[in-house]
Design a protein around this ligand. Structure first.
Ligand SMILES: NC(=O)c1ccc[n+]([C@@H]2O[C@H](COP(=O)([O-])OP(=O)(O)OC[C@H]3O[C@@H](n4cnc5c(N)ncnc54)[C@H](OP(=O)(O)O)[C@@H]3O)[C@@H](O)[C@H]2O)c1
Length: 382
């Protein structure tokens, strides 16, 4: 199958490298015909073009891989490619999470596939295994360390006793964190990945805006020291669970017990777990980002499409899900603990409290009432 790459940066160039290497029979079935770039200076390869219409109007091209990032024009290009009968593979979690329902419907209406393995967990075959589980049962729950940048920061703070700012600067120096790290440290990246995972796991698309999110921007070494004194390790966790009233999806730092598998996930690694009736617990660990690991996932999707082996839980129309989170105990560090009086179970320090087991509906009003710009919250695992 002749394919086009939309974007030739970190992921896109990894994709062309893997396909051009053509080491297997499956790779031999793919040929990169066109590469969309943005700037004339990037037109070093004869296959490059600056005009998306060269790809859209080429009937020989059966598949487009969107590796540009951002909402627009990625969304428009993906939609047009699907409408013109081309399969699409994307690594763009933000665009996919926001337009999931619309794009899945467009793919269905045009009898083509929209595949997105690389958008969650980078190189880890998480979506593939999730859809494989779905052939037998719907999982009861998932949880994951979905973001390598924040895991790198948190594991460095814990094992080397460094402050947040130092670890963030180190992550930026190594290329693990962007110059504007907001999407990572504020939990938005994990929010997109949880929205996509919930759709694949539960057939319920949840608008990412509706998923409660707490990041690690304000975590300090003293918070980790508090956890350590109680045998707890802090990780940024995204999770989803089916319950009677809907789906509970949440992104927040969690103090995990030291013997929890996720507590031992170090550096920039990702780990994702599902629990389902007959398989029980299954854990997937690997590189959640990087040029070749992510490109590997993009190319796997392409091979599944070209060999007609794409396992697809998304043929059904997705119904919007309702978010509702279950009661939990929270560690809170704030200069205004009085805002949390109604939910406080124990004052653990001058500016730290532990709450009773409270729902989001009970916790959020207090968070909104508290005008502390450096407020830090983390769930404490049972
Ligand atoms: N990097 C990873 O490890 C990783 C892992 C998982 C998922 N992803 C996702 O994969 C996507 C791509 O990430 P990346 O790291 O490869 O980003 P990147 O290195 O910035 O590459 C994106 C490329 O697309 C180009 N581009 C942007 N708009 C374009 C347009 N309108 N027409 C043609 N080219 C355009 C960019 O050009 P300019 O630079 O000139 O703007 C850039 O070369 C993102 O959605 C990201 O979230 C990345």
């Amino acid at each position: 199958m002749k394919i086009a790459l939309l974007g030739h940066g970190v992921v896109g160039s990894g994709v062309s490298k893997i396909i051009d290497s053509g080491r297997t029979d499956e790779l031999d079935r793919l040929e990169v015909k066109r590469i969309l770039v943005k700037d004339e200076s990037e037109m070093t390869d004869p296959r490059t073009t600056l005009d998306f219409n060269d790809i859209l109007n080429d009937p020989e091209i059966g598949l487009a891989a969107e590796c540009m990032g951002g909402l627009e024009p990625a969304h428009t290009f993906v939609k047009k490619a699907l409408e013109s009968g081309k399969h699409v593979v994307t690594s763009n979690k933000k665009m996919l999470a926001v337009f999931f329902e619309e794009l899945m419907e467009t793919a269905e209406a045009n009898h083509v596939t929209l595949a997105y393995e690389a958008s969650v967990g980078g190189g880890i075959p998480w979506i593939a295994d999730l859809t494989r589980i779905r052939r037998i049962e719907m999982p009861d729950s998932f949880r994951g360390i979905f973001n390598g940048t924040t895991n790198y920061i948190l594991s460095g703070m814990y094992s080397e006793g460094k402050e947040f700012e130092d670890m963030l600067a180190e992550a930026q120096k190594l290329g693990y964190a962007e110059q504007d790290p907001s999407d990572d440290i504020d939990g938005m990246d994990v929010r997109y990945k949880c929205s996509i995972t919930a759709a694949a796991a539960f057939d319920k698309w949840i608008d990412p805006e509706k998923i409660p999110v707490f990041g690690i921007r304000h975590i300090r070494k003293k918070d980790l020291d508090w956890g350590r004194s109680r045998g707890l390790v802090c990780k940024l966790i995204g999770s989803g669970k089916k319950n009677e009233d809907g789906i509970s999806v949440l992104v927040r730092p969690v103090f995990l017990k030291e013997n929890d598998t996720f507590a031992g996930i170090l550096q920039n690694y990702n780990a994702i777990e599902s629990i389902s009736a007959t398989l029980g617990k299954a854990v997937f660990i690997g590189q959640g980002a990087g040029s070749l690991p992510t490109a590997h996932a993009v190319v796997q999707d392409m091979i599944d499409i070209v060999t007609h082996t794409h396992r697809f839980a998304a043929e059904k129309t997705r119904a919007a899900g309702t978010v509702n989170t279950e009661p939990a105990v929270w560690y809170i560090r704030t200069s205004c603990p009085e805002a949390f009086t109604a939910v406080t179970a124990e004052k653990t320090g001058e500016d730290t409290i532990l709450t009773k087991a409270v729902s989001m509906d009970e916790l959020l009003p207090a968070v909104r009432a508290c005008e502390d710009p450096a407020l830090f919250l983390a769930e404490v695992a049972e």
